[in-house]
Design a protein around this ligand. Structure first.
Ligand code: 6GU
Length: 241
């Protein structure tokens, strides 16, 4: 069966890019099925109201629970993970993308304004796992662009979606480290040279050099990742050297 993704939003047009490029091809090939649903179809008033003022006062509006309850009753297969994008969530990681790609599918609930009434996520836990996640330490106007990011991260891990399996195994973050630099022809360009080891034909030396670049780059740019990475004695020697 194809991997099934359903997205509920008040801005379905925002998800149009999901029909493009890698994902569009995966859908055409029957590897993934994506449904985008307008939350307003589950409103019950003439104004199709989806939000209301927060209890306790304060700025902004909160999304009402009733349309969300009806939407999830309609689109969420029992047991399917519900992902709620929110800047107040746990940080989305490559490890989550890998775990989610091994499940049968996902449902995304996109909030706008000041978020969705908390009882929706709390209630939804009766029917399966619920993940409230953020894609980084900055604030977006809504969850739609975060869903584009997460859907791309998950679907490129599905069997058959990316042609070259190795390009997934050697990704930045796959081993907890950043990838080092990549080069192609010409060997000399505007006074900048390709590192000579890459032209040497010495595969062991190239592998050692790449590991050292990956470690050095991670130490400089993401010391937080390096602190968590499983390093060998050889890695420590490369870092010191
Ligand atoms: Cl998932 N949603 C919103 N609105 N802002 C964010 C975010 C999500 N992740 C980072 N900032």
């Amino acid at each position: 069966d194809p991997y099934r993704i359903d997205i509920v939003t008040i801005f379905p047009e925002y998800l149009a890019p999901l029909g493009q490029s890698l994902l569009g091809k995966a859908a055409e090939r029957g590897l993934v099925t994506i449904g985008v649903h307008d939350l307003r179809q589950w409103t019950d008033d003439v104004h199709r109201t989806v939000d209301d003022a927060p209890y306790g006062g304060g700025p902004g509006m909160v999304m009402k629970p009733e349309p969300w309850g009806r939407a999830l009753d309609a689109v969420r297969p029992p047991g399917t993970r519900l992902v709620v994008p929110t800047p107040a969530g746990r940080l989305f990681t490559q490890a989550m993308a890998t775990a989610w790609a091994a499940e049968p599918g996902l449902v995304f609930a996109c909030g706008r304004y000041e978020g969705i009434d908390q009882r929706v996520a709390d209630w939804a836990a009766h029917a399966g796992p619920v993940s409230e996640v953020s894609i980084g330490d900055y604030v977006l106007a809504g969850g739609e662009s975060a869903v584009l990011v997460m859907v791309e991260a998950v679907t490129r891990l599905l069997p058959g979606v990316v042609g070259n399996r190795e390009s997934v195994e050697f990704d930045s973050h796959a081993d907890g480290l950043l990838e080092g630099p990549a080069y192609t022809r010409p060997a000399s360009w505007r006074g900048h040279e390709v590192p000579p080891v890459l032209l040497s034909g010495d595969h062991a030396a190239i592998a050692r050099w790449r590991r050292a670049e990956s470690l050095r780059r991670t130490a400089t740019r993401r010391p937080d990742l390096l602190a968590r990475a499983a390093l060998t004695e050889a890695d420590r020697a490369l870092l010191d050297g």
